[in-house]
Design a protein around this ligand. Sequence first.
Ligand code: FAD
Ligand code: NAI
Length: 467
Amino acid sequence: MATYDLIVIGSGPGGYVCAIRAAQLGLRTAVVEKDKTFGGTCLNVGCIPSKALLHASELYEQAGHVFAKMGIQVGGPKLDLAAMMKFKDEGVDGNVKGVAFLLKKNKVDTFEGIGRIAAPGKVEVKGAGGKAQMLDTKSIVIATGSDVARLAGITIDEKRVVSSTGALVLDKVPAKLLVIGAGVIGLELGSVWRRLGAQVIVVEFLDRILPGMDNDVCRQFQRILEKQGIAFKLSSKVAAVDASGSRLKAKVEPAAGGAAETVEADVVLVAVGRVPYSTGLGLDEAGVKKDNRGRVVVDRHFATSVPGIYAIGDVIAGPMLAHKAEDEGVAVAEIIAGQAGHVNYDVIPNVVYTYPEIASVGKSEEELKAAGVTYNVGKFPFTANGRAKVNLQTEGFVKILADAKTDRVLGVHIVGPDAGNMIAEAAVAMEFGAAAEDIARTCHAHPTLSEAVKEAALAVGKRSIHM
Ligand code: FAD
Ligand code: NAI
């Protein structure tokens, strides 16, 4: 029987980062993972494979539609889907092996099997053959992540009715793809398959896409996606999918009730959110409290209702994002080691990796209005940015929201090429409590897309130069 300072259950971005940080701080640490590879949802069936397909499909799209405008004649590009999937799988393989290397390098012990909290300080690991071993530990971190949310009456077979996991491994381009849910997964994977040749229709329950994001951003983004060929049916829901025939028949109804219509499709992607994954962990028996949505309840120090048991990542409240899980992993390891670990939830960037990308950090206009905060808006379009113009990438804008009294930056929202990288500047500025004036007076290299961030900051004070 081994005695550990810390056992982490789950090796996703929350779990493996927590284990590495704990080991750096001198804690004897182990990770328990039920899957064959490390890295969790993010590396195996989430961030990494989806971004590989987004990157490859975007280049395919550019080769077909943009290259010729720049004098690059390649003829009509031909899709080799099997090779594209291999490219994606190799990318995933490299990443999960990288995590295995890092765990080993940091002397973190690893156990393959299903982890269960037998009691505070005791983790049982059941391997593939059903053989169980008991491990002793001072502290436990639950980092078991999340699973696909399902819809009553719609059976996911991962062949024709798929979740994101199935949508990452389709072996042919569907003639028609019906996506349920205009959230991040629906728009990213809808974009992939649209670029590769599918007709895509997205059915969304609410009257807008990407709920939670700044409305201004969503309105423009929807128009851009429609121009690219994605169709939307908002304020609608899919009540059932009939899979008995050669084509799927989806029953689409107005969200508020009313006459249903039948929409035929070859593949249906269910992308209506994710739910915390805490099955088989022994939480109820151990007395670990969950909220009404099944999330493990923690305090500001990630401590659950049972002393010595902590939780982080998708299995607790907050945005289901890999970098949020990672930062919580670092913070909880530091807290367990007696340091002052902390996560600033006001500055967690959010990126949608479509073309153009959507990126935001901080508050939306709707949130500021609801909170009664007075603010100034500085907005700058990429049509006025030299680099975007010469690259033929002029869709979108940068919008900065700054406190009307103090000029402190409260939110930054970008629709545009490479928005995901550009938002880092805004996050750093906000972490340091910057005013819009600080960004406006910071020298930005020319010609770069990031000059649009500077111009939006200048626009807060109504003095942008290039507009
Ligand atoms: P997970 O990554 O879910 O890891 C949990 C791990 O715990 C898993 O490996 C699981 O097998 C293991 N586990 C569970 N129960 C047990 C048990 N009892 N015993 C042992 N092991 C167990 N986020 C971003 O920030 N950017 C993106 O671009 C992005 N893209 C995404 C694309 C898709 C298609 C999906 C589905 C998600 C995406 N996400 C993205 C979200 C991101 O993947 C999650 O927020 C992140 O993985 C959460 O990390 P985690 O460590 O909390 O959990
Ligand atoms: P989501 O919560 O982003 O979007 C789900 C959408 O489905 C919402 O718009 C919701 O209104 C809609 N919906 C819910 N029930 C519906 C119904 N019955 N009919 C029609 N529409 C319905 O969830 P999604 O896209 O599944 O992603 C899950 C999580 O994974 C997200 O929380 C996200 O943070 C994370 N993720 C992050 C990515 C990124 O950071 N780039 C990429 C992919 C996923």
